[in-house]
Ligand binder design. Structure first.
Ligand code: TYM
Length: 328
C-alpha cells in the first residue's frame, strides 16, 4: 500500500490555502492509502514563541484537522514532539544536508528576511527536520501545496546522498500537488501566496472566521479593470486566483470555468458561495470538538503510538547503516 505522509505547522489559524492545497487532499488520501499526518510543533519553534503558545495552537489545529474530515481511526494523526525519533533523525540529516543546499531554500530566504530581530539557526536547518519527518515513515508520496515542493526535492537529494554514503536505507519520496488549489493567492495582493503571516487579513480566508466576513473578503478581492474573465495567472492574477479557488471547491478545471463567466460580479459571488458552503460544516463540527478537548488528546496519544511503531524501526535501521556503536 502506498504510504502517504504530510505535515502542517501549528502557527496562526488554518487558512483556505492550507485547506485547498493540502488538508482536503489528505482527507481523500486517508481512504486509499496508508496515511500519516503530523502536526509539526517542533517546526513552529523556529520562530520565537511565548510559553504555552505552541501547545494551545497544537490542540486547536488537531481539532480543526478532524473537523475538516481527517479521521484518526483511518489515518495516523499525531504531534511531532510526541515521537522523539523526529528530532534524532533531524540531527543526522542536518549532517547530510549541505549549507549551500539549505541556503537555496526559498522559504528560508523569505522567512529570514521577515525576522528582523532574531533569526534562529533552526529556521535555517528546518528542511533537514522536514526530511526526517518524511523519511521516518518510508514515505512514497507527500501531498503538499506548491510552496513545499522544493523541500520535498531536497528530502530526495538528502536521502539519495545518505543511501550512497551508508547503503540503501531510505525510500525516496515524491511530492504530489493538486491540479487546482496548489497555490492559493492573497485576495488583496494576488501576486503573493495566501499565508498565515500576511500583514493584513483582508486577503486571507481563515477557516474559523465568520462566514459573512469570508463572503465579503471574496467580493472585495482585487481583480483588474478590463472586466474580462480569463485564466491567465501572470497577466490576470486576481481573476485567475478566484477561478482557481472556485475550481478547487467544485472539482472543475479553472481554465474551462472561465468560459462560464462574462463579468467579475457573478464569478465573485459563485466563488463566495462555494467557499462558504465548504466551510460551514467544518465550523459546525469544530464547535462540537471544542467542547471535548480530552477526546482529541486521546486520539493524538493513540496516533503517536501508531507513528512510533513505524518511526522507531526506521531510526534503528538508520543508526545501523551508519554503524554507530550499538547500545548494549
Ligand atoms: P505549512 O504549515 O506552511 O502549510 C501546510 C500545508 O499547506 C500548504 N499551503 C498552501 N497551499 C496552497 N496555497 C497556499 N497559499 C498555501 N499555503 C500553505 C503547504 O504547501 C503545506 O502543504 N514545512 C511545512 C510543514 C512540514 C511538512 C513536513 C510538510 C513539516 N514537515 C513534512 C510535508 C511533509 C510547512 O511549513 O507547511
Amino acid at each position: 500500500m502506498t504510504r502517504v505522509f504530510s505535515g502542517i505547522q501549528p502557527t496562526g489559524d488554518l487558512h483556505l490555502g492550507n485547506l485547498l492545497g493540502a488538508v482536503r487532499n489528505w482527507v481523500t488520501d486517508q481512504h486509499h492509502n496508508d496515511s500519516v499526518f503530523c502536526i509539526v510543533d517542533l517546526h513552529a519553534l523556529t520562530v520565537p514563541k511565548s510559553p504555552g503558545e505552541v501547545g494551545a495552537k497544537t490542540l486547536e489545529l488537531a481539532q480543526t484537522l478532524i473537523a475538516c474530515g481527517l479521521d484518526p481511526e483511518l489515518c495516523t494523526l499525531f504531534v511531532q514532539s510526541h515521537v522523539h525519533q523526529h528530532a534524532e533523525l533531524g540531527w543526522i540529516l542536518q549532517c547530510n544536508a549541505s549549507f549551500g543546499e539549505l541556503n537555496r531554500m526559498t522559504q528560508w530566504k523569505d522567512k529570514s528576511g521577515r525576522q528582523k530581530e532574531f533569526v534562529s539557526a533552526g529556521l535555517f536547518t528546518y528542511p533537514a527536520l522536514q526530511a526526517a519527518d518524511i523519511l521516518l515513515y518510508d514515505t512514497d508520496q507527500v501531498p503538499v501545496g506548491e510552496d513545499q515542493v522544493q523541500h520535498i526535492e531536497l528530502t530526495r537529494d538528502v536521502a539519495e546522498r545518505f543511501n550512497s554514503r551508508y547503503g540503501e536505507t531510505f525510500v525516496l519520496p515524491r511530492a504530489v500537488v493538486p491540479t487546482a488549489g496548489a497555490r492559493v493567492m492573497d485576495l488583496q495582493i494576488p501576486t503573493d501566496k495566501m499565508s498565515k503571516s500576511a500583514e493584513s487579513d483582508a486577503g486571507t480566508i481563515l477557516l474559523g472566521e465568520e462566514l459573512s466576513r469570508t463572503a465579503k473578503k471574496i467580493k472585495r478581492a482585487v481583480t483588474d479593470s478590463d472586466n474580462e474573465v480569463r485564466w491567465d495567472p501572470t497577466g490576470k492574477p486576481g481573476v485567475s486566483n478566484l477561478l482557481g479557488i472556485l475550481g478547487a471547491c467544485t472539482g472543475r478545471d479553472p481554465e474551462s470555468l472561465a468560459d462560464d463567466y462574462q463579468q467579475y460580479g457573478p464569478l465573485k459571488s459563485d466563488t463566495a458561495d462555494a467557499v462558504v458552503s465548504m466551510l460551514e460544516p467544518i465550523q459546525a463540527r469544530l464547535e462540537e470538538l471544542r467542547s471535548d478537548p480530552g477526546e482529541t488528546n486521546r486520539l493524538l496519544a493513540q496516533g503517536a503510538d501508531k507513528a512510533r511503531s513505524v518511526a522507531a524501526p526506521v531510526l534503528e535501521r538508520t543508526l545501523t547503516s551508519i554503524g554507530l556503536q550499538p547500545r548494549a
